[in-house]
Design a protein around this ligand. Sequence first.
Ligand code: PG9
Length: 614
Amino acid sequence: ARLLALPVFELIFACAFVLCALFSHAQTSVPETRYDRREVLITMRDGVRLNTVIFTPKTAGKPLPFLFRRTPYGVSKAPFPDQSSYTQFMADEGYIFVAQDIRGRYKSEGTFEMQRFSRNPADPKAIDESTDTYDTIEWLLKTIPNNNGNVGMYGTSYDAWTSVMGALDPHPALKAISEHATPADMWIGDDFHHQGAFRLSYGFEYAFMEEAAKTDTLFPFSTYDTYDWYLKLGSLANVNKKHFLGKLPAWNDFAKHPNYDQFWQKQALAARLGRPKVAIQHVAGWWDQEDFYGPIKAYQIWEKGDAKQQNHLIVGPWNHGGWARGDGRKLGNISFDTTTSLTFRQSMLAPWFAYHLKGKGDGKFAEVTTFQTGTNRWKTYSQWPPTSAVKRNLYFRANGRLSFDKPTDASGADRYVSDPAHPVPYRPRPIEETYGPGSRWYTWLTEDQRFVHNRPDVLTWETEPLTEEVTVTGTLLARLFAATTGSDADWVVKLIDVYPERYPKEPHMAGYQFMVANDVLRGRFHRSFEKPQPLQPNKTERFTIDLHSLDHVFRKGHRIMVQVQSTWFPIIDRNPQRYVPNIFEAADADFQKATHTIFRSAAHPSHLELNIVD
Ligand code: PG9
């Protein structure tokens, strides 16, 4: 009755308020969970206590295995396992889920060390991520009732790396791992460098996020478009002078170790992994913007000693963490026609642990499973890269053409001026801070490359529309014959699938330039990653840029395109193009314009080396 006495607009307002209240209640109320939660401090062998969250099924049944994840990103807010897309299928199967803050992060005691080095095995008191894993497993087995004595580990990226560390000298109860995007080598191909080129925005923002405080903290940028901010920063020497003041160990290590020295080599998985002692599934995403290199490399390292056939690889059409969320039908603007991440979680991840930890299923897991893009279907292989493919070179030719026919001309070259004062943005501006609100970092590798096409400092070569499919499966390299007027240069190479000019399936995608492989080489390292050398101005050199691997079909009517450029900012720091021994100490005056020449003659035939399946 009181409501009826209100004027109409107030009535509408009051109704809206009531509806809103009801709706928001429905939104915030936590759905029923089948798991109980407790949070405990577990004491390690040196007395340091690590904060650990344990989820156990409310209804006790048969003894259950553990699924264990160790992370620097904070476990107190970890969702209940049956309420997270990542773990939902495993939660349905029933496990005791355990998540732990690693040393020095969030509620754990001790000191954080970015990718802590392995301990000295001669020192019985020494600790590392491997001993922390061991000690926690020991505690869990003894303390948590109704467990079946088996442990599995899983996680994405840093959490994948900690699970790999757990497998180095594993607790006997650790039976299986599913690692998703572990970094394998931070100098060659993962988060912090790519083939010697420093990943500036990622390295800067991540070092701050993890080391400025015990909990994740975003750097307070003064501009929304960080392209401007990094450009104004000038030389990398200004980072410690103006911002970090020498207080962030990870940044100090970047600045102290610009070359592939002992520091990076010791940290890399190649130096740490022996034979696989635990069944392991490596999972990678073709468009992983952080650690695409790592899991494939880890698979390859372990494969060498895999006498028991317990080392497997899965690569899907995902960005970093894409396997863990959503159904994976789409990434950015690219459609894959079918669910991919959902299929992975239901048909590859959950059965992996069900078999190894509970003895369910036949234990038949494909050696290598990839989602082949272009045709958009799952494929299996008996090794990676597969042997069925044949090497073929795709040559840069005159008039911006690409061709499988080698040039016969005595001369031929294309030139551009690369200016560190006007670097090519790596993704369309504004370049929001990496992990900031609204950031498009997550899908940048799928962006339409037309946003830089035809810039004078981005060269392009492309085929005619294809008259038949070209299937590229396995590893690929770019071999550039190039010269510069400077004494150092970066070479960024992008392999692009250009959609047809008419594309009825998705009309808005017509002409889209979809990057399917890419990477950069810092020229000074072309002879040796350990000992950089200046480039001799105007001397033609052969540069090999590893573009890693792919499984992609360029469909009929599409074109194959290659773009070459020498800046990719600010994901890659600017090469001064005047050789200085350590770019972290370059003076602002060292940055200079240079003219780069890419040759395409019979003697110097720049090309891509592809593995093609007929
Ligand atoms: N890419 C992140 C990372 C892993 C390991 C070391 C440094 C960074 C991550 O997503 O965890």
